[in-house]
Design a protein around this ligand. Sequence first.
Ligand code: F6P
Length: 561
Amino acid sequence: MFQLTRSVTWQALTQLRQQTANERIRDYFTADPQRFEKMSLRVGGLFLDYSKHQVSESVLAKLLELADHSALVQRRAQMFSGDIINVTENRPVLHTALRNLAEGPLMVDGQDVMPEIQRTREQIQRFSEAVRSGEWKGHSGKRIRDVVNIGIGGSDLGPNMACRALLKYRHPELSFHFVSNVDGAHIQKVLSRLDPATTLFIVSTKTFSTQETLLNAKTARRWFLETAGEDADVGAHFIAASTNKKAAMEFGIREENIFEFWAWVGGRYSMWSSIGLPIALSIGFEGFMELLEGAYEMDRHFLTAPSAENMPVLMALIGIWYINFVGAETQAIVPYDQALHQLPAFLQQLDMESNGKSVDIFGHPVDYKTGPIVWGQTGSNGQHAFFQLLHQGTRYVPIDFIASLKPEPGMEEHHFALLTNMLAQANAFMEGSHGGEERGDSQLDPYSCPGNRPSSVLLLDELTPKNLGALIALYEHKVFVQGVIWNINSFDQWGVQLGKRIAGEISERIDAQSQDFDASTQGLLALVRGHFQRGAADAETAAETASAPAGTPRRKGKPRQ
Ligand code: F6P
């Protein structure tokens, strides 16, 4: 069996880390005045500067060898052609098909999927144009003014991030709201400001079985009927984006208002599908297609560029260097662009739900680190929150700075300050400061920052739908490349299912002393139980107890496996 950490290349990278651990990034520039030109890359409207990394030319060459010795070429071809690479769910992985703008068939299980993808795009086009033009009327004949997306995880984060990133393209008479948390405060806050007659709810859920989304959708429907009248037409105000048409119709959504997508679209990769409906409603179908086009062009780049000039591959390899050889535990995402303030949260799910794995595709435990902890916040805010730790703390945190070059009209002074702050920070992380230098004392002192802290700078010419599509596809493929090199399945999420299962078991036992859980959980359940007068469940239990023969033990949960 192939053991990654025993490979010659991996061993060589381990040695290279020992040899280069004390090298300073800034010395690489002194040694090679062409470093910036050599370690920067443009793909369409995106420009990546990866020269401020603690990666020498020999390290980069060895990292590229790691990619070339991996299954990258084969697995990438398999993904794009619809082979089953999500082996534990026995599914293809075809979010790339959703933005495939090329002619010709794409066969999945012997069937060309492009016609149904095209049909769904046309359905999105018709619907978004009807709502945006005012042609689509609510139950009382008024046009829609508020759109509420009810979904969580990939059924929220992608459309939410994109709608906020592209706010300047939003239809002036439509407002968008995203409800995801099962905490009632989330939906209450949104509903409190809405008129049911002019509100459209999109129930976005791949499975139509996620507890939070179903509860929020039921609450929204109850609110709608209570405020618009019991005979108000739910069908005119509720639509769905789901693979589960049957469940959507049982909820009360008309068949023609269900926007389907397919099992081979992962939730965190689904914003290109019907889950992206809020984006099309907000920026228009043409803008939505530009988003797809940007992703498609990044797909083509990823498929065709040699590794040494391949933006997703290079970002993936630099990440692997820090995670597996330098020992970084986290990856910071710092967009110097307030419109991208939701991007870190989106990338958190994309990366951590994909590569937060500890077994390989054969189910064997891995003996190396995999997905990092991804976190972040916009700059310049981060400078006043966590940059102190990044500058002077004991942790080594690689940073992706992301910004768009073009200022909004009238905001040139702000934008100049934003971009110069970002460049200053990237430089300061690399250079550091040695307060003692003035005194000829190079030792660190309370005023010093060690520097030599790496970052990438990713610049978008302008934050347009097309460039946003390319940016998201870039990170999707970066995650994919890392997963391939780590030989893990980036497309299942069994860890999440565990939490869902236990949540179900606990909620079933809230009304009964249960020995199925540890003492802590039981003690906490007792505290929680005190705050809930169970209606139906209590009545049901009481009825069971009453009807059961004397001495029947109370209902106990299934013994935990
Ligand atoms: O977090 C687990 C997960 O399954 C995600 O992968 C998914 O995006 C989210 O829950 C929501 O799932 P659904 O779209 O089926 O409601």
